[in-house]
Design a binder for this molecule. Structure first.
Ligand code: GDP
Length: 366
């Protein structure tokens, strides 16, 4: 499951957004097997293809892909130095796939800004500095540990210390490690440190309710965040957390109407999920049958056996072939049988790179 950590200064609208996420939450029954902690919200990835396949296969159930959001409260100036609490909060985000950094872009005299004024770039810098300091601690510890191996003449240790020094220099400059331009090999060496500032990040600009539809292009604060984000190839989406929490109270039909009234095509939450997919280079393949129609999330570039492994490790191990018809071809043909007649159902081997919308049946040896 894709997991996104929400960070930001206090009072920027994180809880409001997070509550919207929890209320819009995916059906609990799908997640009965895991206890969801209070700071974790799971939402379905919207995918209209599932409903179409559900009708075509007359399936008993549909299971959308989902995204887990983890609310990381308590990040303030000095958090990385904080005994216990601050650090503990940071530990929560070590495991996430991506970070959504919420910044305040609405003015409201009634709502105190912890730094005294609305200034999203300063806010981003404060949080980023905390994350850099937390990473610095991890990297320095690792340098000490690896340096001990240098005496033995280990080549690996030497290479690792070089990369660590490069990362340290970047952090010392107050820059996130994702700006250090590490090579694939260098990145591989850093994997198990789970550096926070190496995680793909997108900025969520929380805007006033009446700007929900226009802020993406018009709001001055949002433009500043965009300029800042452009330097690190990060995406910015303008959302009104308050509007999102209102939408979360409505049923599907009402929500659609409400979005239309305020001039939006889709909810901010849906845009956030899409942006996270894009950021991480994720795509969806589908399985369909009378029992279940289901969406699965994989990284771009995943080969067929690995994709099968998402479903079950046995299917990956015993992988023979994947029977694949792309969703669009399937819909154009009208049924699997018709698609087969047209030669649109392909047999793909173990090197096949999965494409978005591949409706897939895996053949495997048990
Ligand atoms: P957190 O500390 O980052 O979790 O922030 P909260 O979600 O608790 O929000 C802090 C305050 O800002 C609350 O009173 C919210 O109702 C308010 N707030 C959040 N989003 C908006 C918004 O878009 N416009 C306005 N005017 N207030 C907002």
């Amino acid at each position: 499951n894709l997991e996104v950590g929400i960070v930001g200064l206090p009072n920027v609208g994180k809880s409001t957004l997070f509550n919207a996420i929890t209320k819009a939450g995916a059906q609990a029954e799908n997640y009965a097997f895991c206890t969801i902690e209070p700071n974790v919200g799971v939402v379905d990835v919207p995918d209209p293809r599932l409903e179409v396949l559900h009708k075509m296969y007359d399936s008993k159930k549909t299971t959308p892909a989902s995204v887990r959001f983890v609310d990381i409260a308590g990040l303030v100036k000095g958090a990385s130095k904080g005994e216990g609490l601050g650090n503990k909060f940071l530990e929560h985000i070590r495991q996430v796939d991506a970070i959504a950094h919420v910044v305040r872009c609405f003015e409201d005299e009634d709502i105190t800004h912890v730094e005294g004024s609305v200034d999203p770039i300063r806010d981003i810098d404060i949080i980023t500095t905390e994350l850099c300091l937390a990473d610095l601690e991890v990297v320095e510890k690792r340098i000490l540990k690896t340096s001990k191996l240098l005496k033995s003449g280990s080549k690996e240790a030497k290479a690792e210390v070089e990369v660590l020094q490069k990362i340290k220099a970047c952090l010392d400059d107050g820059k996130p490690v994702r700006q250090a331009e590490l090579t694939e090999d260098e990145l591989a060496l850093t994997n198990d440190m789970n550096l926070l500032t190496l995680k793909p990040t997108l900025y969520v600009a929380n805007v006033a309710e009446d700007e929900a539809a226009t802020a993406q292009d018009d709001n001055e604060f949002v433009q500043r965040v965009k300029e800042y984000a452009a330097k690190e190839n990060a995406e910015v989406i303008a959302i009104s957390a308050r509007v999102e929490s209102e939408i979360a109270e409505l049923d599907e039909e009402e929500a659609k109407e409400y979005l239309e009234t305020i001039g939006l095509e889709e909810s901010g939450l849906d845009r956030l999920i899409k942006a996270a997919f894009k950021l991480l280079g994720l795509l969806t393949f589908l399985t369909a049958g009378p029992d279940e129609v289901r969406a699965w999330t994989i990284r771009n570039g995943t080969v067929a056996p690995k994709a099968a492994g998402k479903i079950h490790s046995d299917i990956e191990r015993g992988f023979i072939r994947a029977e694949i018809v792309n969703y669009d071809d399937l819909i154009a043909a009208g049924s699997t049988a018709a698609a087969r007649e047209k030669g649109k159902v392909r047999l793909e081997g173990k090197d096949y790179v999965m494409q978005d919308g591949d409706v897939t049946y895996f053949r495997f040896n048990v």
